[in-house]
Write a protein that binds this ligand. Sequence first.
Ligand SMILES: *[C@@H]1O[C@H](CO)[C@@H](O)[C@H](O)[C@H]1NC(C)=O
Ligand SMILES: *[C@@H]1O[C@H](CO)[C@@H](O)[C@H](O)[C@H]1NC(C)=O
Ligand SMILES: *[C@@H]1O[C@H](CO)[C@@H](O)[C@H](O)[C@H]1NC(C)=O
Length: 282
Amino acid sequence: MKPTQIILLVIVLTFSQCFHDEFQVNPAKGDQPIITVKYLNKQIKNHSTNVTGTITLLENPLLHTTFYPSPSGCPGSAPVSVSSDFYHCSFAQNAGFFNVFTKACIGPLVSDGKIIQNPSTIRSSFGITKYGNYSIGYIDQSTINDNVFQNLVSGAIWLVRAGKSFVDESAKIEKISQSFLSERAPRTAIGFNKKGQLLLGSANGLESANEGVNLYEFADLLIENGAYYAANLDGGGSLTTYYKDKILNTCSDHCGSLNKDYPCPSPQGTCERLVTSIVCLK
Ligand SMILES: *[C@@H]1O[C@H](CO)[C@@H](O)[C@H](O)[C@H]1NC(C)=O
Ligand SMILES: *[C@@H]1O[C@H](CO)[C@@H](O)[C@H](O)[C@H]1NC(C)=O
Ligand SMILES: *[C@@H]1O[C@H](CO)[C@@H](O)[C@H](O)[C@H]1NC(C)=O
């Protein structure tokens, strides 16, 4: 190959990693968010106990979905329950990955049209555009700068694409190791079903004991529960599903000096983790 051909190939490869898919958001309206929460309790092959979790559907996402940084911004952190009360959410779940030392968001965050964090990373992102489409996949900086997103959050691993598991393919693109895919942990996801309803998924577990689901199992669980597309968000001790003043998930982090005021109902002795961003339905 000539040097120019090599350069072209590199450009094509780089460009092809910026692909994403779009799908129309269910246009249902209404003053209030129409939310249904379903509890999961399922036997999974090679697991000694059932996997539990939640699938939350939002019928009318367009005016009722916002991704928020913590009340102190990004960098910054707060328990999901605190952020949820601060922003008056009906339902909230933890969202993007963050740097545990600096509390900076990892990757972009667009919150109600405001770009909070740049630059983008080669990580699967999930957004809702200003023209009413979901956008999921690898989104480049110029698309973000063009201000097309009303809300956008960055995850890691595109779990479900067009109703099929996309874990192995996305791991190659994101250069994510096999151990990240196959370890069991509490999990959080965001996506949508074929009707265009927003779908939030969670699977419980105990991070310290390697309990929960691996990403292959999580993708399958989401598909079985109607996910047409989904991206993996921050899991482990960050998993927090907060609805009607209650934490619905089991927590993973022990209570310490930072989080002792935010105990979880189960298991005993666990408390909410302080996280950097939330998905807020309101
Ligand atoms: C929204 O998504 C649909 C379905 O993929 C697509 O046909 C349409 O072109 C998208 N709209 C815009 C403005 O890109
Ligand atoms: C475990 O899940 C299965 C469905 O997969 C269900 O039939 C069974 O009742 C569950 N067991 C418990 C202890 O909840
Ligand atoms: C079953 O789970 C154990 C513990 O996580 C693992 O070591 C083993 O490889 C698994 N077996 C299969 C067939 O997935």
